[in-house]
Write a protein that binds this ligand. Structure first.
Ligand code: SF4
Ligand code: SF4
Length: 94
């Protein structure tokens, strides 16, 4: 399954090889999400704002959130501003 932000954890080899400190991400509504967030904090010394927001707002995947692309994503730089602007434009046309 993809991570909350949409990264495809199932096709990344890092969790299987034990390289990913989070052990692969989950949906923000998954019961393991808070545990994953704590692992992220322990590994990187700061929170994942995306996963934290999704847990708080009970969102499974950001692409399904009505606020996407939100300020959190513009600040995180997981996706380029160009891509986020393009997605925003597509949603505004609907
Ligand atoms: S921990 Fe954060 S950046 Fe990593 S996959 Fe999950 S939501 Fe995305
Ligand atoms: S507000 Fe942004 S970071 Fe939070 S769940 Fe929605 S899309 Fe994800």
């Amino acid at each position: 399954m993809p991570g909350t932000c949409g990264l495809a954890c199932e096709v990344c080899e890092f969790p299987a090889r034990g390289i990913c400190p989070v052990g692969g991400c989950v949906a923000g509504t998954d019961e393991k999400a808070p545990e994953k967030l704590e692992k992220f904090k322990a590994a990187f010394g700061h929170s994942c704002a995306v996963l934290e927001c999704a847990i708080k707002n009970k969102v499974d995947y950001c692409f399904r959130c009505e606020k996407f692309p939100c300020d959190v994503h513009y600040q995180q730089e997981l996706y380029s501003k160009k891509l986020l602007d393009m997605i925003r434009g597509m949603k505004e046309k609907k």
